[in-house]
Design a protein around this ligand. Sequence first.
Ligand code: SAH
Length: 287
Amino acid sequence: MSPRSHPSKRADQLVVLGQATPRAPGEVWLVGAGPGDPDLLTVKAVKALALADVVVHDGLVSEDILALAPAGARKLSVAKRKSRHAYAQDEINRMLVAFARDGLTVVRLKGGDPFIFGRGGEELEACRAAAIVCHVVPGVTAALAAAASAGAPLTHRGSAQAVTFVTGHAAAGLGPDGQARWGEPALDWESLAKTNQTLVVYMGLSAAPAVAARLIAAGREAATPALVVENASRRDERRIATTLGRLAADIAGLSGPALLMIGEAMALADVGATVDAQPVFALEARA
Ligand code: SAH
């Protein structure tokens, strides 16, 4: 493939061509990669990946999914989970804009849905500010996959008339002892403690004791059914059925990513072997 026939199409030509060739700006695709199982990608996500000159992805995005990008596309990981080498959000924003200005088609691949605790909004704003066209492709957010594989509906006639997605963490500061402390999200615990609704907590593992204590203090029964799903839709998915009162103790061994799901409808969760944790992987095996 010569640079002449594909003037803007290769990320690895960036350095070679530099600023010598004026280019039409490329575009950014903010793409939801879903919870892990490649078969939970949307058709549109697969099509967008096939267009990529460069894929800028989170640590949570699997190799199986990255393999759907063209072989020549450059793949950059910007957020290894719990790694010190993660990029700051403004660096990622600048990177997306810079690649697009260089004429590249940029796929920003994010776990789940880009607009559910994915900071997709900030990346979209950065593109808008730089007059770069930005498309958003929704993805299956982790809560939907976790509910599906456990057979625990997020809404349920008679026991869950609402579902709320919250984060277990807000931006945290350091405590007086110099240690990082829980950044308590500004949530209306009184309202979240009401019955007949499901509460899904993203990024809630380390905050679980505090979240459970707040909800119980605000009046939610300690006996309220709770479900925790780690690695939803992945081969190593783990599900724990518990109650709000026992939640923190029962998840002590998990290292995430995991969701806390609290509410009466979680009583329907089947955490046993009878529910297939990875229906599609199983289908592949059968084919
Ligand atoms: N945009 C993502 C959420 C990113 S925030 C989405 O829509 O799913 C990261 C948090 O998402 C994790 O701390 C965890 O709570 C949750 N999460 C992401 N992938 C998950 C998975 N496969 N199983 C369980 N929880 C997951």
